[in-house]
Ligand binder design. Structure first.
Ligand code: DAH
Length: 353
């Protein structure tokens, strides 16, 4: 029996010598000191040892167990020491160095303006409606009362998508404005109750594309925010009230606005809204080109043909619509002189916002 104890001890110490990390050490502890280890079996089976040997075997077993425990503790300390030395030489962490500042991200200036616009219109009960960027000629033009070959189409030179199939008079294109979303939205709303379509009060933000000669004033890619309100008894004064209030909330409570007659195929009557130049207060400066007023958006009463195309009976429903360019608003507010900065990814520009 005493020989067997010697063997147990020797096996355990041999195994311990090859443990090189904390996991191996823990496995060793379970195997050689745990409940079903050989040494524990000796204690468990003490009853079977002849009476006269029991004292000596018990003492020897205790010694083996203590020796193994001591060896385990020693090995643990050694391994930790080795690990510490290793990390000190490998990592060389100087805890007295000042921390590294984490550069903070920021929102693109257009995104900041868009979010302000969303907030103002959300306060007035408008919901956001997202519409597609790839459109058909039908939605981008025809349903908005731009007849085929109408010269007004040339106001917006359009990117066409080259497609395998010939779509004839209805080619695919990148939307040139957010207005086609008006038709998608009205049709979707009207489908819920074709005889009595529900009122609409939405803004439609998104990217638009035009085949432009890129310059300080024109980019081929830009955002717009369209607005649409349709219901019973909506009048031009609702349009004026909504948009004047919008201007005051974005540009300051003091700012005055004015509406000038204009023309768009999808509204009748149509107007453009100017705000009093908030930089010079109307006296004239370089931003307003001495006019004292700044053009901010186009708007009007939704054309009966457009209402009809959206599934709303123009005899029973009226509505207003508007469209604005968040880049232009951002340029005016921050006196940015070149629209190309918005897509140039120049950190010197972006970091200013
Ligand atoms: N779609 C016009 C454009 O891109 C902007 C516009 C003007 C939208 C008047 C409207 C509106 O909804 O009523 O130039």
């Amino acid at each position: 029996m005493l020989d067997k104890l010697d063997q147990i001890k020797q096996d355990a110490l041999d195994a311990l010598a090859s443990a090189q990390d904390e996991d191996a050490l823990e496995s060793w502890r379970v195997a050689y000191l745990g409940r079903s280890s050989a040494i524990m079996d000796v204690f468990k089976n003490m009853g079977g040892v002849p009476q006269e040997e029991r004292g000596a075997v018990g003492r020897a077993a205790n010694q083996v167990k203590q020796a193994l425990e001591a060896a385990f503790t020693e090995k643990t300390v050694t391994l930790r020491e080795v690990a510490l030395q290793h990390s000190l030489s490998e990592e060389r962490l100087d805890v007295t160095l000042p921390g590294r500042a984490i550069p903070r991200g920021r929102l693109h200036p257009t995104t900041q303006t868009l979010r302000e616009i969303y907030r103002v219109f959300a306060d007035m009960g408008f919901q956001i409606y997202l519409s597609r960027e790839v459109e058909t000629d039908e939605y981008n033009f025809q349903l908005l009362n731009f007849p085929l070959h109408h010269p007004a189409r040339e106001m917006q030179d359009t990117f066409h998508i080259v497609s395998e199939e010939d779509r004839g008079d209805n080619p695919l294109l990148l939307r040139a404005h957010t207005s086609p979303g008006q038709i998608h939205a009205m049709r979707e709303y009207a489908a819920t109750d074709p005889d009595n379509p529900p009122p609409v009060r939405i803004i439609l933000p998104g990217m638009c594309y035009r085949y432009e000669q890129v310059s300080a004033r024109y980019e081929s890619q830009f955002t717009q925010v369209e607005g649409l309100a349709v219901g019973h008894n909506i009048t031009f004064s609702d349009l004026k009230g909504t948009l004047s209030d919008f201007a005051r909330r974005i540009f300051g409570q003091e700012v005055r606005s004015r509406f000038r007659a204009s023309h768009f195929p999808f509204t009748e009557p149509s107007a453009e809204m100017d705000i009093e130049c908030f930089l010079c207060g109307g006296d004239g400066c370089s931003v307003c080109k001495d006019a004292g007023w700044l053009e901010i958006l186009g708007c009007g009463m939704v054309h009966p043909i457009v209402l009809e195309n959206g599934g709303y009976d123009p005899e029973r429903y009226t509505g207003f619509a508007f469209g604005m360019g968040p880049e232009r608003i951002t340029m005016l507010r921050h006196r940015i002189e070149d629209i190309r900065y918005f897509w140039a990814n120049d950190m010197r520009f972006l970091e200013q916002f």
